[in-house]
Write a protein that binds this ligand. Structure first.
Ligand code: AMP
Ligand code: ZN
Length: 468
């Protein structure tokens, strides 16, 4: 299996640190709002990478954090006049609902930065002891020039970086020894969440959390560290400096980065007003379509989100779902018979689609080509399966389609049907739960309905619902 390593800028053969195991860390979102469709791209892409490793029989330990202490969270908390942890808890819960809708498996561990402060204090102390970090007026900085490999991931040269960053010297951190030094710990400002430390009552910098959580849950050396390409510099470069300086070991063998998702050919940004959350998309489309859309391009290619492309994805996914429905219907109604000789021959022919699917996935997770192989299987099934077929043959085709689409995280099995009366009853129960301030139950009901493809819309005229 080959994957592109940002570190070497080459596709490399995957060799695990420990045979049969994959230790993988994916930088997760900062939770101050609903996740946007850009955030969904690494989630979907690396969940698919995980699923493929599992399909190959690897035991995958998948860790993905939530950054739950950050300026943006604090700002939102101040705007709403609530504690910061209320904001982060709310958006972690919302993020998990979106993940479920996109059929993203929960990580083996989803650590929270605020629950790992002790580990951060330990690593920062160790870095100071080893001479890689220093304290000034309650702030602890990493001494970038002391880590000789700094820049190896982003292929940046320290001197170039330094000349490009001269302005940082006068930007309030003039106490730093070098403009490239970055913060490991900072003293609190009024109204901010803070923890005791040997240096000041304060909070950690962003980069240290990932070094600490990765070490705690996966060990000092991991197989794959991943995230969006904007994280290469400085976030991942800084993580490498911290982890390798502290542990004296190569941090991660492979570094994978997804390209960005744009919207109507523009960068997605709040100021342009073209920001789309996953939740908004879920009101218009089944999130399976969003997943299919994301996987229809290679993860290292920029991807453009547009209404037309979503419609094309909807049609594409429907072709696969229709074929699955058809096979299921035929096999449920077929006579209990074994395969004929001709059917056996046909089933043997499907091996070519599996080979093509695996070859695509083993070539740096080329999901676009893997989907093409699924379409070829669909075409083959549509032409060779009919009501005269044996249960054994029809069932085998169906199982194969489920097996391959499952690697992509696409659900082709039938959704549980739900009757209109049941929906109405659940909506009533949800309204009652809300009145009683039992928001957990109210959210649970929304989740139950979402899982059945029902979207609730809270309007001025009351709650409306529709099928996604
Ligand atoms: P953040 O919450 O900004 O730290 O982002 C969480 C994850 O989403 C990181 O891996 C980012 O690189 C990724 N990400 C953010 N915006 C986009 C985008 N427009 N396209 C693809 N990935 C993104
Ligand atoms: Zn990170």
């Amino acid at each position: 299996m080959k994957l592109y390593n940002t570190m070497s800028k080459k596709k490399e053969e995957f060799i695990p640190v420990e045979e049969g195991k994959v230790k993988m860390y994916v930088c997760g979102p900062t939770v101050y709002n609903f996740i946007h469709i850009g955030n969904a791209r690494p989630m979907i892409v690396f969940d698919t990478v995980r699923r493929y490793f599992e399909y190959k029989g690897y035991d995958v330990n998948y860790v993905s954090n939530f950054t739950d202490v950050d300026d943006k969270i604090i700002k939102k908390a101040n705007e709403e006049g609530v504690p910061a942890d209320e904001i982060s808890a709310r958006y972690i819960a919302e993020c998990k609902k979106d993940m479920e809708g996109m059929n993203i498996k929960p990580a083996t561990t989803h650590p929270l930065a605020t629950q790992e402060i002790d580990g951060m204090l330990d690593m920062i102390s160790m870095l100071i002891e080893k001479g890689y970090a220093y304290e000034k007026n309650g702030t602890v900085y990493f001494r970038t020039r002391s880590f000789k490999d700094y820049g190896k991931l982003s292929h940046k040269n320290l001197d170039d970086l330094r000349s490009g960053n001269r302005s940082l010297l006068v930007s309030g951190e003039d106490e730093k020894e070098d403009p490239l030094d970055f913060v490991l710990w900072k003293p609190k400002k009024e109204g901010e969440p803070a923890w005791e430390s040997p240096w000041s009552e304060g909070r950690p910098g962003w980069h240290i959390e990932c070094s600490v959580m990765s070490k705690k849950y996966l060990g000092e050396q991991i197989d794959i560290h991943a995230g969006g390409e904007d994280l290469v510099f400085p976030h991942h470069e800084n993580e490498i400096a911290q982890s390798e300086a502290a542990n004296g070991k190569e941090f991660s063998k492979y570094w994978m980065h997804n390209a960005f998702l744009n919207i109507d050919n523009h960068k997605m940004s709040k100021s342009l007003g073209n920001f789309r959350t996953v939740r908004e998309i879920s009101e218009q489309y089944d999130l399976q379509i969003l997943r299919f859309f994301m996987l229809s391009a290679h993860y290292r290619s920029p991807l453009n989100f547009s209404a037309e492309l979503m419609e094309a994805s909807k049609n594409g996914l429907e072709r696969i779902l229709n074929a699955a429905d058809n096979l299921r219907y035929l096999s449920e109604n077929a006579k209990e018979e074994n395969m004929t000789g001709k059917e056996k021959e046909n089933l043997d022919k499907t091996a070519q689609f599996v080979t093509a699917f695996e070859a695509a996935m083993e070539d740096d997770f080329n999901t676009a080509d893997a989907i093409a192989a699924v379409f070829d299987l669909v075409k083959f099934a549509n032409t060779t399966a009919d009501a005269a077929g044996s249960k054994e043959y029809l069932g085998a085709l169906y199982d194969l389609l489920v097996k391959l689409t499952d690697v992509l995280g696409l659900i082709v099995e039938k959704k549980e049907e739900i009757l209109d009366e049941e929906i109405e009853a659940l909506i009533e129960e949800r309204q009652a739960a809300r009145k009683a301030k039992n928001f957990a139950r109210a959210d649970e009901i929304r989740g139950e309905l979402a899982a059945k493809g029902i979207v609730l819309l809270d309007t001025r005229e009351g709650v409306k619902w529709k099928k996604a």
